[in-house]
Design a protein around this ligand. Structure first.
Ligand code: URA
Length: 227
């Protein structure tokens, strides 16, 4: 891949801007100044990228996968309406890159959110056909017992839907803490399921999405993951 195209793919600007940066000696890759715009770059070999001595996040190419521990108070949208966008949690160059969240979490939900530029991966993870398990730690408003778990596992009728929907698993950790596994990703699904079962979600955290979990990423933190 030619250097100027590589820099464009790193979100460093337009073709013209990237050519200017290279020709003016502003770009260093792996600590070495690179002034030839058409030099060939192997994305896998790039460990560090500096512009005018300032380090930039190196985005894996052509596809990247991010595991974000979503904090509360952020919208899963490129055009947020009430809160900042989750994409504002990333460095400036990454905000110029086309990437999408794999499903959505509500503004007040925390936990595992995958983000990628790989549309096929995204589709596979979100398609109901693939039944990817999502595990939520639900804080309930009213104390619950096994009746709630049984109701959720047998299936509940959501408002505005005509078929019941069942949890893949539901286990009470304590009267107010439910560990709920679902394999679909309908709009507000957990909150609507809990409401349909006569309780209410006070706080919602997604601990697992498929094989991925938060590990020890702090809230608001993220990392690139391998696929
Ligand atoms: N279900 C919800 O109700 N909200 C979320 O954020 C995720 C699943």
């Amino acid at each position: 891949m030619q250097l100027f195209k590589y820099l464009q793919a790193q979100g460093l600007g337009s073709r013209k801007e990237c050519l200017w940066l290279i020709e003016n000696g502003c770009i260093a890759i792996n600590g070495e100044v690179r002034a030839q715009a058409r030099d060939t770059i192997s994305p896998d070999e790039v460990k560090t990228l500096e512009v005018d001595g300032k380090s930039f996040t190196v985005i894996p190419l052509p596809y990247f996968y991010i595991l974000l521990n979503k904090p509360t108070g952020y919208e899963t949208s490129h055009k947020p309406q009430h809160y900042p966008s989750i994409f504002s949690l990333f460095p400036a160059n990454m905000r110029n890159i086309d990437m999408q969240a794999v499903g959505r979490l509500d503004a007040d939900t925390t936990g595992v959110l995958l983000i990628t530029n790989d549309g096929r991966f995204n589709h596979k993870q979100t398609s109901p056909k693939h039944k990817v398990p999502k595990v939520y730690r639900v804080t309930l408003k009213h104390p619950a017992d096994e009746t709630l778990c049984n109701q959720l596992k047998q299936g509940v009728l959501l408002h505005d839907e005509n078929e019941t929907i069942a949890a893949a698993d539901a286990v009470l950790e304590s009267p107010h803490i439910l560990i709920l596994t679902i394999t679909e990703g309908k709009y507000h699904q957990v909150k609507r399921m809990i409401a349909a079962a006569g309780n209410r979600v006070e706080y919602l955290h997604r601990s697992h999405f498929g094989e991925w979990h938060i590990e020890n990423i702090p809230e608001g933190g993220w990392k690139f993951i391998d696929m």
